[in-house]
Design a protein around this ligand. Structure first.
Ligand SMILES: Cc1cc2nc3c(=O)[nH]c(=O)nc-3n(C[C@H](O)[C@H](O)[C@H](O)COP(=O)(O)O)c2cc1C
Length: 188
């Protein structure tokens, strides 16, 4: 039997009622239906200070970031749902990526990222669905050694996009399904 493909699904928002967390959760369910081995991560569970070289020099990675790094390092790929903040990658993601990118001991390179594949999604209450952040996140990930698969999912008008159980419309579900399939194929 082929080894299950492992992906981490997470949002670039820690907000309690985050639309991107809802999108990540919907995507996790869809990816599981496609027989991906899914770890759904809530970055609210991985609180960390803003990256500081002094903290790192004095005490290394915070425990939460060490834990996140270990989880991400064990995956084949990522499905990421992110808000855009003034068109950019939100500081939560940038901060997690900064901490997790740090090499320790005899590690050869950025073990949580290098050679991994990712699929990108964005949700926003606005009409553009956060589309401007996607090329920026793609570029950030490329610099970490993560290759982003073609295509993306955007969810505009996110206030109306989820039902009471967090389910998305058939169209959005089909887009997520296509993205998860591309990610699966790319990882092989
Ligand atoms: C600092 C800041 C900047 C924002 N910039 C944008 C933006 O550029 N485009 C956009 O569509 N929404 C923007 N928003 C609105 C967010 O899309 C909205 O707060 C969204 O709910 C955040 O994602 P979440 O629901 O997953 O937490 C911004 C919000 C904040 C707090």
């Amino acid at each position: 039997m082929a080894k299950a493909i492992k992906i981490a699904v997470f949002a670039g928002s820690a907000r309690r009622e985050s639309f991107n967390k809802k999108l990540a959760k919907a995507a996790a369910t869809i990816a599981e239906e496609q027989e991906l081995d899914v770890t759904l991560i809530d970055l609210a569970d991985f609180e960390a200070p803003v990256y500081s070289g002094d903290i790192e020099a004095d005490s290394g990675l915070p425990e939460s970031m060490q834990k996140l790094k270990t989880i991400l390092a064990s995956q084949d790929g990522f499905l990421i749902s992110t808000p855009e903040y003034n068109g950019h990658v939100p500081p939560l993601l940038v901060n997690c990526f900064s901490w997790v990118s740090r090499t320790e001991g005899d590690e050869q390179g950025m073990i949580a990222f290098e050679g991994k594949m990712a699929g990108l999604m964005a949700a926003s209450p606005g009409g553009l669905g956060g589309i401007r952040v996607l090329p920026r996140l793609r570029s950030t990930l490329a610099d970490l050694g993560v290759m982003v698969v073609p295509g993306f999912v955007t969810v505009p008008k996110a206030m109306q996009a989820f039902d009471d159980n967090g389910a998305v419309s058939e169209d959005v579900a089909a887009s997520i399904s296509a993205l998860a399939e591309r990610l699966k194929d790319a990882i092989g």
